[in-house]
Design a protein around this ligand. Structure first.
Ligand SMILES: Cc1cc2nc3c(=O)[nH]c(=O)nc-3n(C[C@H](O)[C@H](O)[C@H](O)COP(=O)(O)OP(=O)(O)OC[C@H]3O[C@@H](n4cnc5c(N)ncnc54)[C@H](O)[C@@H]3O)c2cc1C
Length: 247
């Protein structure tokens, strides 16, 4: 069954929750299926229209699509639980397999170039790895001609390493894929490396600016602002930096 709900002149479609997996540290993966498969580009996002407010404009939230385009028409989103968050409460406590959600999209320009001429460096934290995961998986699944691909992922602790097995196995299979991660709140062995934050990694490994690298940054506004500022201070141009703000 498919329905369209006019709101803000956009079309909303009904999607069914087909699978839920609570993977790690307050992160929930939800798989949705629409009646007619939604075509999307890796890196794009969808909006969910949720019964969390009396006021229509306050009822929608945006989530990046975390998987790659697939024949089954499945859309995977990774939701970080925000304490006191209305959508968080709804998506963690009120839905189950079989629930229906109204969705809109896909939308967003945080996507791969038509032709990959540069090294790609993805810098992200927490569930904001979702669009990076979609793009990285797509590159290797489709064997897209590419240069080097580097994922720099930040979590508070080992428990927050989202999709770690998947990225580790990709790095083992493909020499041109590098997976780096940091823990901001872990001590012991890792503190010895002095690389606690994502910033420590790219400021070290990309300290000599080059024209053949493009950065994809996704996360909370403060993390994006800091990263963009740091990269520009290192000498990279704004054209080399794409970002997706999760606010
Ligand atoms: C392009 C885009 C892509 C996004 N992709 C994702 C995604 O893939 N996964 C995902 O989990 N979220 C994503 N978001 C964020 C998501 O849309 C919601 O904002 C988030 O789920 C919080 O909604 P909420 O209703 O639970 O919290 P709200 O009820 O909106 O907020 C509750 C309180 O928490 C604060 N708050 C909101 N978000 C956060 C946060 N992340 N950390 C700390 N405090 C916060 C608010 O300022 C407010 O004070 C994305 C946002 C955008 C714009």
């Amino acid at each position: 069954m498919i329905q369209s709900i006019p709101f803000l002149k956009k079309t909303w479609t009904v999607a069914q929750v087909v699978k839920i997996n609570d993977s790690i540290d307050k992160i929930r993966h939800i798989w949705l299926r629409t009646h007619k498969p939604l075509k999307f580009k890796p890196g794009q996002n969808i909006s969910l229209f949720l019964p969390i407010s009396e006021n229509d404009p306050e009822r929608y939230r945006t989530y990046s699509i975390a998987n790659t385009p697939n024949k089954e028409g499945l859309l995977e989103v990774c939701i970080s639980y925000v304490e006191g968050g209305k959508a968080s409460d709804y998506l963690f406590n009120k839905i189950e397999v079989g629930s229906e959600l109204k969705i809109r999209g896909p939308q967003g320009k945080f996507t791969l170039p038509k032709k990959i001429n540069n090294d790609l460096v993805f810098i992200c934290m927490g569930s904001a790895v979702a669009p990076a995961r979609s793009m990285i998986q797509y590159i290797f699944e489709q064997d897209i001609p590419r240069k080097k691909v580097h994922l720099i992922f930040g979590a508070r602790s080992r428990n927050g390493l989202l999709c770690a097995d998947e990225f580790t196995s990709l790095a083992i299979q493909h020499g041109e894929f590098k997976y780096s991660f940091t823990f901001s709140r872990e001590t012991n062995a890792l503190s010895a490396t002095k690389r606690k934050y994502v910033h420590d990694i790219y400021q070290d490994e990309y300290k000599n600016p080059r024209k053949d690298v493009t950065f994809y940054v996704s996360g909370r506004p403060s993390m994006i602002e800091e990263t963009v500022e740091n990269l520009m201070q290192l000498g990279y141009s704004s054209k080399q930096i794409k970002y997706d703000m999760n606010n």
